[in-house]
Design a protein around this ligand. Structure first.
Ligand code: KG4
Ligand code: ZN
Length: 355
């Protein structure tokens, strides 16, 4: 009996500060996944500087693609399509990936497939793992996005809730800065929270109004700032002066702040997931993605919630939580199967079409 030839897609991801390329077979078997992070370039600014990011993508994109091809042990002619995360993201960064993908697709005579980065985060849970079950509730928690969506299939999503201010990962990174921890501080806050007392500080859990599925994290961040540094007063020259400095924190006090922040942040997410599930009784699973899906507390609480409701929860392997190109190549296979390929008009777009 003839077996179907495997579908091999090269994916490229440059939407923010990770330059990534990956070869994925049949949408889920990761043959290679290379991620070159730029964290060290942005650390002194405590956030991503768009101009620095796009220049670094330019320098790194070709070596990263070469390493992905070598690691996958495939040749250019084996590829069925070239995929690229073309939205949302920093426009200068996206342009590097989109241009590289177009050049490769054109020179190889293969289709180009544009993939939505936010939707691709949810496909990460399928990489090197079992098929996903639909309809599903999708939860994207990353540095740039916090959204709840109803998914009929991997490609059919409707946003039902989103952040009205900071993304949860952004709140984690700002919390880390407030506590004197290096950017991006999400993983460090998570790690220190393990040895802290979560009831040390009563930080606010935002709910918004009773029906809302939207999120808000800016109040939590400000409450943490005041708890750490005291009330600010304004000098005559307009600058703010605080009562205390974060450098005076003991290791124990810092861990207590991390644990209290983590409790409030996870609670705020969980409340909205529960509310969304109440309104979507037919969903079969909760699919989670984005950098903050690596968070130990969120993983634990979502697993407990799903099991209390008899649902499956799908969390990506840790290496596929943060930005990567395997999720782009993987979701592109679904598009290819449906005949949803693009042409040379494919454009880099700062905003997602979902929102
Ligand atoms: O998905 P991602 O790589 O980038 C965006 O698409 O935005 O997410 C990066 C974010 C950063 O804010 C980082 O601090 C956060 O994910 N993050 C975490 C953890 N690991 C990464 N936040 C909390 N706990 C973690 N373990
Ligand atoms: Zn992302």
């Amino acid at each position: 009996m003839a077996t179907e030839a495997p579908v091999l897609i090269l994916g490229i991801e440059t939407s923010c500060d990770e330059t990534a390329a990956s070869v994925v077979q049949d949408g889920w078997q990761v043959r290679s996944s290379i991620v070159a992070s730029q964290h060290e370039l942005h650390r002194e600014y405590a956030g991503v500087v768009p101009e620095i990011a796009s220049r670094a993508h330019l320098e790194r994109i070709l070596p990263v693609i070469r390493r992905a091809m070598t690691g996958a042990e495939v040749s250019w002619s084996d590829l069925d399509a070239i995929a690229v995360g073309h939205r949302p993201g920093l426009i200068g960064s996206l342009l590097v990936g989109v241009s590289a993908a177009k050049a490769l697709a054109w020179s190889l005579g293969r289709p180009i497939i544009g993939v939505d980065h936010v939707l691709a985060h949810l496909w990460a849970a399928r990489l090197d793992a079992e098929p996903l079950r639909f309809p599903a509730l999708g939860l994207v928690v990353s540095g740039g996005h916090t959204a709840l969506m109803r998914l009929e299939s991997p490609l059919m999503a409707t946003i039902i809730g989103r952040t009205i201010d900071d993304a949860v990962g952004e709140a984690y990174d700002k919390a880390a800065t407030i506590l004197g921890l290096p950017y991006p501080g999400g993983p460090k806050v998570d790690q220190l929270a393990a040895s802290g007392d979560e009831s040390a500080h009563d930080l606010p859990v935002s709910r918004l109004d009773r029906e809302s599925l939207d999120f808000s994290f800016s109040g939590l961040k400000t409450a943490l700032l005041y708890a750490v540094r005291g009330q600010p007063t304004r000098r005559t020259d307009g600058t703010l002066v605080y009562e205390r400095d974060e450098r005076d924190l003991t290791d124990e006090a810092r861990a207590d702040f991390c644990a209290s922040f983590q409790r409030a942040a996870a609670r705020a997410v969980l409340i909205k997931v529960e509310r969304a599930l109440d309104g979507q009784p037919d969903v079969e699973s909760i699919i989670v993605g984005g950098g903050v899906s690596a968070n130990s507390r969120l993983r634990h609480e979502l697993t407990q919630l799903a099991s209390s409701r008899g649902l499956a929860v799908r969390l990506p392997e840790l290496r596929y939580c943060v930005d990567n190109a395997a999720m782009i190549a993987g979701l592109a296979a679904e598009r290819l199967r449906e005949g949803l390929t693009d042409d040379w008009r494919l454009a880099a777009q700062p905003a997602s079409a979902l929102i």
